[in-house]
Design a protein around this ligand. Structure first.
Ligand code: ADP
Ligand code: MG
Length: 236
């Protein structure tokens, strides 16, 4: 088994509603995996279960060979998973560079921070924005900054919830290239995404969720070619 992350029959209810219903997810080490599905399918809830923001009602999640039951969210981050949540939450009053600095402080010593800060600013193409308050960056640049903050701890697995939400086509494409570069550097990526051309740009494999369950999985050609997947998006 080469999976870096997998879940076994994971469920989560809110009130009586099963937001995530017996989900088996499998993410292989080194891949870019996209999680897609209509609004309300349970994608963000699944992310929150993986990072430990919610506890599952049933089922288990394994990361890097270990069962995550009773492993708190901060300890999951220490073990090498990192998440960019759906809503951007950079520190808007702080300069871009300081946002990265704050994130880097959690892991490394003072001398290294400056080096790593410079590397991330270059990677994210935010060098010219480094001293601007993050709140003045474009929406797309704020999303990249937040991805950069998620990278600060040197994760093995990066979870991105709708990384291209609200972006222009150009920004979306550049986000895809950024994600592919991170993947080439050795990170496994799990991304929730709506934009199918973006999924086509980055995904090695795709899992489709619908009504809390895994509806389909496969490579992009299999998913795009599956008429049933088209139907759930049309609400049939
Ligand atoms: P997706 O990310 O696929 O759009 P979500 O995981 O956000 O879907 O939501 C799945 C379902 O669970 C939705 O019906 C949503 O309203 C519900 N839900 C999500 N989080 C909560 C919560 N904290 N409390 C109650 N219901 C929730
Ligand atoms: Mg969501």
């Amino acid at each position: 088994m080469t999976a870096i992350l997998y879940s076994e029959n994971v469920s989560k209810q809110f009130g009586g509603m099963r937001a995530v219903d017996a989900v088996n997810l499998e993410i292989e080490r080194g891949e870019i995996h996209c999680l897609i599905g209509p609004n309300g399918a349970g994608k963000s809830t699944m992310f929150k279960l993986i990072v430990g923001y919610h506890d599952p009602d049933e089922g288990r999640i394994f990361f890097d060979g270990a069962d995550l039951v009773n492993v708190k969210a901060f300890a999951r981050v220490q073990r090498g998973m990192s998440i960019k949540m759906q809503k951007p939450s950079v520190f808007k009053e702080l300069p871009t560079r300081l946002n990265l600095h704050v994130a880097l402080q959690q892991k490394i010593g003072k001398q290294q921070i400056a080096e790593e800060e410079a590397r991330l600013l270059e990677l994210l193409d935010l060098e010219e924005q480094a001293d601007k308050p993050a709140g003045l960056l474009s929406h797309g640049q704020q999303q990249w900054l937040e991805i950069g903050m998620a990278l600060a701890l040197g994760p093995k697995l990066v979870l991105l919830d709708e990384p291209t939400a609200g972006m222009s086509d150009e920004e979306t494409y550049r986000t895809g290239e950024l994600i592919k570069r991170l993947n080439a550097d050795g990170m496994t990526i799990l991304a929730v995404e709506h934009d199918m051309s973006f999924v086509r740009q980055i995904a090695d494999r795709v899992t489709v969720m619908h009504l809390g369950q895994v509806f389909a999985r496969g490579n992009i050609e299999e998913i795009v070619g599956d008429a049933r997947v088209g139907e759930i998006y049309l609400g049939k």
